[in-house]
Design a protein around this ligand. Structure first.
Ligand code: DWN
Length: 416
């Protein structure tokens, strides 16, 4: 089967906004067709045709949601998943703190149920499994198995209203449902919220983190755009989504993870905190509800690409050795959009066992464990996991002492 037929097999093109069904949608950014960001290749797959999909971003003039309309089948993206929370210590630390905060705020008894949708390898729930009943709903079978090995029971299915009712029958109502870096990945948001409503009822809370669109167009980077991320949320758009399903956002916090993410607290009847109005006002001041804001962002992306590729080509002309740090999903958007391949990066290091020994999708750069770094110290390191820059730079101070320079690629190119 050729690439085009394979693409059409897994791709659905939406005509309507994912939240409000409006057709008044404006395309403002096109990163070009590329393979899914986590579809790392085994060496034996190199001669097979890679399936690629369009990567275009739209703004809804009615509800303000920034979104992809080209939807890649979840089974292709998530059934055998390369990403592990536990591969990034700063992320584990963040989720452990979040889990403990939520238990302190919303759990009253040990028998209370705490469910996580898309809990990956169980890193968050493991931290509180002695304080309440925990359940991980993780569709990737390979990852769900790791959760079980961590002592966190996992159901390896996609979350649905049907599964929610099954859990309700077998485990009772949930006091807390969490879904971190999941809501943006789901196309059928009605199915998600119907399922959550069944699970938490009137008394439970739904707390989720999503990458904040204000960071995407601000201090973060365009590389957070990839096929897994169907939506790029503002609180304004989220409020419209949540209220359509009979819930209210009663609290919100901006957290420094994955650049900056929104931690959103949702329930049927909790008292609404001032944080919600304060943040909505902040978003209005940033113009997150106006399409011209995103058109301006698209121009910044093109400039960012030019500056990064010019720098890398200049360094290669000078005979410099450059490697990548962190085979992240966002890194694959950056590499494919900027055309950065093995001519530029000798290899990439990554702490994730599933990724080591594989090659990056589209650009085919080999991925090694971090130990490779000390066999041949490079001149420059392109930080593909820039969202952990502080922790990584601190961890690799000895390299900097040896004169190795780090390149931060987005939103502007920086050498430190
Ligand atoms: O939404 C998603 C985000 C939240 O996480 C998922 N769809 C996929 C994933 O995106 P990502 O791969 O861009 O996330 P990270 O957490 O930025 O990926 C970091 C990568 O860097 C991991 O593969 C682990 C690796 N790493 C490393 O090699 N050394 C990370 C750290 C901190 C390190 O020191």
């Amino acid at each position: 089967m050729n690439g085009f037929n394979k693409m059409s097999l897994y791709l659905t093109k939406k005509e309507n906004c994912r939240i409000c069904a409006s057709k008044d949608l404006k395309e403002f950014l096109d990163l070009g067709a590329m393979p899914p960001a986590n579809s790392f290749l085994k060496k034996e797959d190199l001669n097979k045709e890679e399936v690629i999909f369009p990567l275009m971003v739209y703004f809804c003039h009615d509800c303000g949601l920034v979104q992809l309309l080209d939807v890649v089948a979840p089974a292709l993206l998530f059934k055998d998943y390369s990403y592990l929370t536990s591969a990034s210590k700063p992320l584990v630390d963040h989720f452990v703190e979040m889990a403990k905060d939520l238990v302190a705020r919303f759990i009253s008894y040990k028998k209370d149920l705490f469910v996580e949708i898309g809990g990956n390898d169980g890193s968050l729930l493991k931290a509180v499994k002695n304080h309440c009943r925990v359940l991980n709903i993780e569709p990737a079978k390979n990852v769900a198995q790791i959760s079980r090995e961590q002592g966190v029971e996992a159901i390896d299915e996609f979350f649905s209203k049907k599964l929610a009712n099954k859990i309700l029958k077998s485990c009772g109502q949930a006091k807390i449902v969490v879904a971190n870096n999941v809501v943006a990945h789901i196309d059928d948001l009605k199915e998600l919220f119907d399922g959550v409503k069944a699970l938490i009822g009137k008394d439970g809370v739904f707390v989720f983190e999503v990458h904040w669109v204000g960071n995407l167009i601000g201090d973060g980077g365009f590389d957070q755009v990839y096929h897994e991320h169907l939506s790029y949320f503002s609180l304004m758009a989220l409020q419209k989504l949540v209220e359509r399903h009979g819930f209210k956002i009663f609290d919100v916090a901006l957290v420094s993870i994955h650049g900056q993410s929104l931690r959103v607290y949702v329930s049927a009847n909790q008292k609404i905190e001032k944080s919600v109005d304060n943040f909505l006002n902040k978003e209005k001041e940033l113009g997150l509800n106006q399409s011209k804001t995103y058109l301006g962002f698209a121009k910044k992306v093109e400039k960012n690409k030019r500056e990064l590729t010019n720098l890398l080509l200049k360094l290669k002309k000078q005979g410099k050795r450059i490697i990548g740090y962190g085979a992240s999903a966002k890194g694959n958007t950056l590499l494919n959009y900027c055309g950065i391949d093995k001519q530029i990066l000798d290899y990439i290091i990554d702490t994730t066992p599933f990724k080591q020994g594989k090659l990056t999708p589209g650009t085919h750069i080999p991925i090694y464990s971090p130990g490779k770094l000390f066999q041949e110290i490079p001149d420059y390191i392109l930080l593909l996991s820039w969202n952990y820059a502080d922790a990584i730079i601190k961890k690799e101070q000895n390299l900097r002492d040896k004169g190795v320079k780090f390149i931060i690629p987005v939103p502007e190119v920086k050498i430190i």
